[in-house]
Design a protein around this ligand. Structure first.
Ligand SMILES: Nc1nc2c(ncn2[C@@H]2O[C@H](COP(=O)(O)OP(=O)(O)OP(=O)(O)O)[C@@H](O)[C@H]2O)c(=O)[nH]1
Ligand SMILES: [Mg+2]
Length: 237
């Protein structure tokens, strides 16, 4: 099950869903659009697609509540539907749908959790300004140092989980909404003893639509990293 969270992605939605369809085994794989009542009508566009394409489902949520809660709702739906692998991917083409099979293959191999990673050999970013690069790289370095883990790209949102990982981490306990959500799911997976593989990807800055990222998401993640470490040291994670 590919979880595709959307907020005002009207222009990107259909090309993204169709591009995913090219990469998936449509006899068994599904795309789940998780829309937070986008004012631009992305949710209705998703319904139209779902009525045409039997492998597309839509989860409508009442309003913008952040990426983390949207993903958790999507994960629950995927688990309830019996999904063996659950993917996360952004709907703005920053994550290349053509890379999906490599993430799936990693989880069909040894990895319990496969991360699309910008900061390993072979990975990188395109069209990113220097500031964005510095924020992202230093964010991952900081989280890595504080948490004491080897993973190089902790903030990315292109991931494939085996269902055991989502069942084995306490989804209800995750409060973070932005990058912190990505850091926390990976950290919890590592703490629970799951194997994490980093698959090199090239991240491309969004072509159309507006960014929903803002400073508060960065601050949330910065504060949350030491809190996570503290909870882990106290044996509460
Ligand atoms: N359902 C839902 N989706 C969201 C929310 N915030 C962001 N998204 C979606 O999550 C994905 C990532 O969000 P982006 O705004 O691209 O965040 P980003 O990649 O950090 O920043 P940019 O690429 O600069 O826009 C996109 O598909 C968004 O539409 C939200 O509150 N709810
Ligand atoms: Mg984006």
């Amino acid at each position: 099950m590919v979880c595709l969270p959307t907020y005002n992605e009207r222009e990107n939605l259909e090309p993204m869903v169709r591009a995913l369809g090219e990469q998936l085994d449509l006899r068994q794989d599904r795309v789940l659009v998780i829309d937070d009542n986008s004012p631009d009508g992305t949710g209705q566009a998703a319904d139209v697609l779902a009525s045409e394409l039997p492998w597309v489902e839509v989860l409508h949520r009442p309003g913008k509540a952040g990426l983390g809660p949207a993903y958790i709702a999507g994960f629950r739906r995927a688990l309830a539907a019996g999904a063996e692998l659950v993917l996360e991917i952004d709907c703005d083409f920053s994550h290349d749908p053509n890379d999906v099979p490599r993430l799936i293959a990693a989880c069909e191999g040894d990895a319990d959790l496969a991360l699309g990673s910008r900061w390993v050999e072979g990975g990188g970013t395109v069209n990113w300004g220097t500031l964005r690069k510095i924020v992202s790289r230093s964010g991952s370095l900081y989280a890595r140092a504080v948490l004491g883990v080897e993973v190089r790209d902790l903030t990315g949102g292109f991931k494939c989980f085996r269902r055991a990982v989502l069942e084995g981490i306490d989804l209800d306990a995750i409060a973070a909404k932005g990058y912190g959500f990505q850091i926390e799911t990976t950290y919890r997976a590592l703490r629970a003893g799951f194997s994490v593989a980093e698959i090199p990807i090239t991240f491309v800055d969004r072509r159309v639509g507006e960014s929903k990222m803002d400073g508060s998401i960065v601050v949330e993640a910065m504060l949350q990293v030491p809190a996570l470490r503290y909870r882990a040291l106290r044996g509460r994670l």
